[in-house]
Design a protein around this ligand. Structure first.
Ligand code: CA
Length: 227
């Protein structure tokens, strides 16, 4: 059972989340301040941290940085503000995912299992990812759309596989450069844009009429199940 540390100062929200996480078979510890969270992480490392950004003692970004300084535990941040600049800053500061309040226990549980899967790829190695009519076979490095094989370059495949493994999550450009290109991010996103546009063409879509690949201005790109 995954051990979860919930950092939330609002007692009502905290109580509700503890109940729903416990029902979903997680072992939950809950604290109300960033300093208590740092203490807990040092004492007994959790598998996942859910970090509310509006805490009474420390700014959320500072709390995240300090957590990151202690260990590589996956962190989902919960923010009340749907603020792109803030979200970019947090993803760049090492958050694994984010949720905008208010969110349901079910939504949180889905994000958590995705983050945990990524954090422990050996525990649940997936050989194929399916996103609607799109299927990405990681072992054979083959992608199909409606059963038809897509002719993808190595980089296009890697890009598609990376996004497909994180459906509905906005992946920042920095993360793509670092994870898919395996290069340090120095800004300048033309390489990503070019590959995305090739990939879009092969998926039969365009930036103006997206199906799977949606650009979130100023943040990054996400792959979704098309309607
Ligand atoms: Ca709060």
């Amino acid at each position: 059972m995954p051990k979860v540390l919930l950092v939330e100062d609002d007692a009502v929200v905290r109580g509700a989340l503890v109940r729903s996480l416990t029902q979903a078979d997680h072992v939950v510890r809950a604290v109300g301040t960033a300093l208590d969270a740092l203490r807990e992480v040092t004492a007994d490392r959790p598998d996942l941290v859910i970090l509310d950004l509006g805490l009474p003692d420390l700014d959320g970004a500072d709390a995240l940085r300090m957590l990151r300084g202690l260990c590589e535990v996956p962190v989902i941040v919960a923010t009340a503000r749907d603020d792109e600049a803030e979200i970019v800053k947090l993803l760049n500061a090492g958050a694994d995912d984010y949720l905008t309040k208010p969110f349901s226990g079910e939504h949180l549980a889905a994000r958590m299992s995705a983050v945990l899967r990524r954090a422990h790829p050996d525990g649940a190695r997936q050989s194929a990812i399916e996103v609607g009519p799109l299927r990405v076979d990681l072992a054979r490095r083959e992608a199909t759309l409606d059963g038809i094989t897509l002719e993808l370059s190595r980089r296009e495949f890697d890009l598609l596989a990376y996004l497909a493994a994180r459906p509905h999550r906005v992946v920042s450009r920095r993360e793509l450069v670092e994870a898919v290109w395996r290069q340090p991010y120095i800004g300048g996103d033309q390489t990503i844009d070019v590959h995305l546009s090739w990939l879009r063409r092969k998926l039969g879509e365009s930036a103006a009429n997206p199906r799977f690949l949606h650009t979130v201005r100023g943040v990054g790109v996400k792959l979704v199940v098309p309607r």
